[in-house]
Ligand binder design. Sequence first.
Ligand code: IPD
Ligand code: CA
Ligand code: CA
Length: 261
Amino acid sequence: MVGSANLNIMIKAARKAGRSLVKDFREVENLQVSMKGAGDFVSRADIAAEKILKDELLGARPTYGWLAEEGGGQDGEDPTRRWIVDPLDGTTNFLHGLPHWCISIALEHKGKIVAGVIFDAAKDEMFFAEKGEGAWMNESRIRVSARHRMIESIFATGLPYGGRSDLPATLQDLARLMPVCAGVRRWGSAALDMAYVAAGRYEGFWERRLNAWDLAAGIIIVREAGGMVDALEPSGSILDSGEVICANEPIFDSFSKVIRG
Ligand code: IPD
Ligand code: CA
Ligand code: CA
């Protein structure tokens, strides 16, 4: 696919930040002996990746607004366009030497996501989409899966850790879902979870208490791959609520009935 100038800027930025993160990821294993050392190192890796992304994205489009996990947001001269960035999604995996983390970059225009890139640098898988152009992984077009029976389907979520208040709701979801499906995965990167739904690797994903930078790129990649994405509260705002449910079209109704209770 020949992408727009903006998509090419996003992909180039993701590759550059990806090289920096891969280099740092190799170091992480050496640092496992000292927990403090590894933790500090990873937050420096995260901040360094965000700086590369900001320099590349705002360097190419200086009038756009900016929202990113580490440094927060800033308005641009152009109030209609904004980059939404998570420089490292899956930090806990990265810290533990697990190769399942990514960079997530979205472009928002007039409140709608118009382009998204999710780059799994460790596996060299670049997921991307632009409005009306389909969804892609490297050189191949991707589609959501065609499975329509819950009992044959697998789903992903995030399990709330460290005393988070949404644990009871998630445990109730699991109690309803697990008996009627083929399995539930918790891989530790919400952005990659959405990319995997788009690629048909699993049928659906839901999670509470996320942020705009975890979700923005995934929204357009899933939709362009033929999937459905909604806020958990029907017709609510996904980015404002931070609660998402997405799936292939044939399974969305049954899946959302189980999750929404
Ligand atoms: C986290 C991951 C994880 C999700 C957490 C997020 P981070 O992002 O997406 O899968 O369950 O809620 O905060 O902290 O690694 O950027
Ligand atoms: Ca994240
Ligand atoms: Ca992050």
